[in-house]
Write a protein that binds this ligand. Structure first.
Ligand SMILES: Nc1nc2c(ncn2[C@@H]2O[C@H](COP(=O)(O)OP(=O)(O)O)[C@@H](O)[C@H]2O)c(=O)[nH]1
Ligand SMILES: [Mg+2]
Length: 309
């Protein structure tokens, strides 16, 4: 006589409480083994729920690094989001993320940096929410030094302030970053912009004259697109697409300014990078379409490159 399904669900939830990562997956697998093997009905639903729980746990484990505060770099650039609490950093991350992160489900969201990958113009960029940078962070208050360390290794910073907030709230955060000697390309996201009027945005611009202000709201798709474009400019990267056999790749590769066609060939394969003789280029770095160039030719944003081997 199997356990009634409602009781099973309660027992399962209790056994999973407080478990994460490998431990949680092991417990889910044990529960799956104990579950009566019906194809339909409530037991089948429980099986579906438990199976999904394994995948969800894996996603969480890769998104939140529990043992270390350091964030493993992924994608072509790493952009840190910082600002006071409640300005909508997590929401923005979620709105832009490739994998849907369930903000509220993360027990450590408010304590640890949370990375997410977003695709901008075909290139994967890593966004990292830096939570809880408070006054005194540069003197290590509230684990501030470790959080600032994450910021230090990022390529650029997106400061976040609610569009209609008192600029002083963000000024406290900026002061700690300056005190820590961190200088990066940066922009100012005026978040929750659906709640702010134009005067509020002007006040923000006036308070931070050195930063480009980009209004953004998670409920305004056009503002999210503009935000993506601004983040892309912040990376300073170039997008180049490969041409092979007359067809151009959909996925661009991201390169640093000054990159040559040799870097492009290297990216395809190191052997090709070493052995290729010439390349053909379409785009602004070429004098005409399909110009034949040498190994040291410097590429420009949006170029199409064919490696001649
Ligand atoms: N109206 C509006 N509310 C938002 C927006 N973004 C976030 N919020 C709300 O602001 C609150 C704080 O968001 P959260 O992402 O947790 O902020 P965080 O502490 O900076 O990570 C939540 O209640 C969100 O629903 C937005 O673009 N528009
Ligand atoms: Mg948050």
């Amino acid at each position: 006589m199997p356990m009634p399904h409602r009781t099973f669900a309660q027992v399962a939830k209790r056994r999973l409480t407080g478990k994460e990562g490998r431990e949680r997956i092991r417990e889910v697998q044990a529960l799956l083994g104990e579950l009566p093997d019906y194809r339909n009905g409530p037991y089948a639903d429980l099986r579906k729920w438990l199976t999904a729980e394994i995948e969800d746990t894996r996603v969480r484990a890769s998104a939140v690094h529990r043992d270390s505060i350091a964030v493993r770099r992924e994608g072509a650039a790493q952009i840190a989001l910082v600002g006071p609490p409640n300005v909508g950093k997590s929401s923005l991350l979620q709105a832009l993320s490739e994998i849907q992160i369930k903000t509220g489900d993360y027990p450590f969201t408010t304590l640890r940096p949370v990375p997410a990958l977003t695709r901008i113009g075909g290139v994967l960029i890593q966004l990292v929410e830096i939570p809880g940078l408070i006054e005194g962070a540069s003197e290590d208050r509230a684990g501030g030094r470790a959080l600032l360390g994450v910021l230090r290794s990022a390529d650029a910073i997106v400061f976040c302030s609610r569009g209609d907030a008192d600029p002083a709230e963000l000024e406290i955060v900026v002061a700690e970053i300056v005190a820590a000697g961190i200088e990066k390309p940066a922009l100012l996201a005026a978040t929750r912009s659906d709640e702010a009027g134009p005067e509020a945005l002007q006040r923000l611009s006036a308070a931070f004259p050195d930063l480009d202000v980009v209004p953004v709201s998670i409920i305004d798709e056009a503002s999210l697109d503009a935000f993506r474009a601004a983040v892309w400019r912040l990376t300073g990267l170039l997008r180049v697409r490969l041409r092979k056999g007359g067809a151009v790749d959909d996925e661009p590769l991201a390169l640093h300014p000054g990159a040559t066609v040799t870097d492009v060939a290297d990216w395809v394969h190191h052997d090709l990078g070493a052995s290729f003789t010439a390349a053909r280029v379409w785009g602004t770095s070429a004098r005409f379409d399909g110009q034949r160039v040498g190994r040291e030719h410097v590429v420009a944003d949006n170029d199409v490159v064919e490696i001649v081997s």
